[in-house]
Design a binder for this molecule. Sequence first.
Ligand code: PMV
Length: 330
Amino acid sequence: MTMLAARAHAHANIALAKYWGKLDAGGNLPAVPSVSVTLDALTTTTEVRFDSNLCDDQLVLNDQPASEPATRRMVAMLDEIRERAGIRWRAAVRSSNNFPTAAGLASSASAFAALALAASRAAGLTLSESQLSDLARRSSASAARSLFGGFVQLPAGQPGSSFLAASRLAPASHWDVRLVVAVNSRKSKAIGSTEGMKHTAATSPYFDAWVELSRELAPRVAQAILARDLQALGQAAEQSALAMHACAMASDPALVYFEPATIACLRQVRALRESGIAAWATIDAGPHVKVLTTPEHLQEVMRAIANTEGVLNVIASGVGGDATVELVQS
Ligand code: PMV
């Protein structure tokens, strides 16, 4: 016997004010506020079917059985959903990205947002946007933001409170900005964000300064978005990314996510700006660079970044919408 199955679509997002660091209290609560833009070009589609005939959860990612660590994280979310829904059935999960996961592009955000949405719907739960965001956040804090389209904020966690959800700052229709993703490596990242954050918080002498700066940058980023001020947004976003990496690089041993192409892209972005093109860079826990620009300057930025030494390929994206879910015939 099977229950209803559900399929969800969620977009990746890129933080313009970065989250890096967790509260010590546990529960995967961020130590700093973050603000992101949802990317329409990068999408995860996930289908979940609870089935009384299954002995174990079956997880297939991009047509391959999921790795052991990925399985553990997904089963933890499924267990939480089963407990809330009062069901015991195991689930068959199929998830695929329309972008190269192996290249180390952020996929946990869209993956856990899509899983939270599809699995809770398939289990018959009716959760509010905030409850879904909080559920996704327990697996990956950036996933809390991928439930929403447009521009999204996630506050820092509060000690003593285990609930934390992202919220929509402005819908996708608020502002047509573009992101150019420079794919700078085909390797998966060496140190994942959870491990990297813990190591940074434990050993970087700049961690407290990073937390303090983030409290100032996140409202500046949010304000610049609301005012549609690209220069103010670009400056604050670039500072957030570079301060996060500087803090990680000062860890012991050093945590360096950059490759030569990362630096080459930063130089290219600066040169573009000096020639009057709107371009600001942001970088997550990997070597790839995402360049914020306008629709008018998109082609020029894409050409320049594609021709930058070490860049393997470029992906252009606009601002994406909310995650969606539909029931499917099982
Ligand atoms: O949500 P996680 O655990 O994958 O961490 C995301 C960390 C960064 O991508 C570097 C920053 C962010 O805010 O998305």
